[in-house]
Design a protein around this ligand. Structure first.
Ligand code: ATP
Length: 352
């Protein structure tokens, strides 16, 4: 069966600068997809091309079997939500949401019903008559979300919608957006440079770097089986082994391997866990709330080039039993099944 939204060989050039190179991407109906990557990798350009706000230099876009590559933005039934809420300051929450619906030729009663429904969905019924200036940042973003949902778009496009909010509100809205997605089932594409946001919200993560897609997979796949040192380093913390002197490993660095800090076993029981026993001197103990990040200087440092440090995450509970102090020499082991190796020169898409 054909995917709901299909991008084939999308290229984009701004003058002589290439912003997107041969993007192939399939998105299923009802999927929540995150475009994740560092600043400047082309995420927003790709989202704008999907929205019809930017024209691709090459390639095609198909929605439900229909070629929409040249269809103007206004004719695509897509809704877009940005980091800046872009609400009309002189209209109430209700009026802001209703605004786009007038162009849909709905009756007053239908508009009222739909606005009330979405206000209820985002828990803002009590703020219907408030102006944006009377609402908090989180509330304004929920109004913007309600406005997008009210349009009942075929695809909802979110461009860093949470990045202007403080950490607590961001965290809450992440869950709200994800729950709303589960309730409404709207195909959603969200741009973010925040790996935690992508891991917690997406069904599928599309990792981009330098104008290309470098890996596509579920959050678990890209975290547990990153296909390149770039992805391993970009998503979550990682210890590289061999050639880690610069932390600038490239896919052609054959056989480079890595391990996540939480997969290393620390303490006297470490030798029971399947990897050869190593020793390290504690350099740093960092409290991170639910866990501690311990930095050790590796005593047998042949496998790690400069800097010869290894990060190990342990639960707060485990740290109590270990009674760790700086300069203490402590055993650890690297379970073989947890070591990630990067063997291929070309990135492999885990799941297309
Ligand atoms: P960020 O997270 O910082 O927004 P991004 O991954 O979304 O980054 P894009 O905004 O898509 O990146 O930009 C990709 C590249 O294309 C950047 O180098 C940017 O400078 C360039 N670019 C984007 N829009 C234009 C434009 N209108 N004219 C020229 N170059 C552009």
């Amino acid at each position: 069966m054909q995917p709901y939204l299909q991008l084939a060989q999308i290229h984009k050039k701004f003058g002589s600068f290439t912003s997107l190179k041969g993007i192939d991407l399939h998105i299923e109906n009802h999927e929540f997809v995150c475009l994740l990557g560092p600043s400047g990798c082309g995420k927003t350009t790709l989202l704008r091309i999907i929205a019809g706000l930017e024209t691709a230099t090459g390639g095609s876009i198909t929605l439900a079997g229909k070629n929409i590559t040249r269809m103007p933005a206004g004719q695509r039934n897509f809704a877009m939500m940005f980091q800046s809420y872009a609400l009309f300051p002189n209209l109430t929450a209700y009026e802001n949401i209703a605004y786009g619906l007038y162009s849909k030729k709905l009756s007053r009663a239908e508009i009222k019903k739909r606005v009330e429904e979405v206000l209820d969905l985002v828990n803002l019924t009590s703020l219907a008559s408030h102006y944006p200036g009377q609402c908090s940042g989180g509330q304004q973003q929920r109004i913007a979300l309600a406005r997008a949902l009210a349009m009942a778009p075929d695809v909802l496009l979110l461009d860093e919608p949470l990045s202007a909010l403080d950490a607590k509100v961001r965290d809450k809205l992440r869950r709200e957006i994800r729950n709303l997605h589960e309730k409404c089932g709207m195909t959603t594409i969200m741009v973010t440079h925040d790996q935690e946001e992508a891991l917690t919200m997406a069904d599928k993560i599309v990792v981009m770097n330098n104008a290309e897609i470098v890996q596509i997979g579920t959050p678990q796949e890209v975290y547990e089986q990153p296909n390149s040192p770039f992805v391993a380093d970009f998503i979550g913390a990682i210890n590289f082994m061999k050639d880690d002197s610069t932390r600038e490993l490239h896919p052609q660095d054959q056989q480079a391997s890595a391990i996540r800090p939480e997969h290393i076993h620390l303490g006297s029981f470490a030798d029971d866990e399947g990897g050869a026993l190593q020793y390290g001197k504690i350099q740093n103990i960092e409290f991170r709330g639910s866990f501690y990040r311990i930095t050790l200087q590796w005593m047998d440092d042949e496998r790690l080039a400069n800097p010869r440090f290894v990060m190990i995450d342990i639960s707060t509970e485990q740290s109590k039993g270990l009674q760790l102090t700086k300069e203490q020499i402590i055993p650890f082991s690297l379970p073989k099944e947890r070591i990630i190796t990067f063997e291929t020169e070309k990135p492999i898409l885990v799941r297309a």
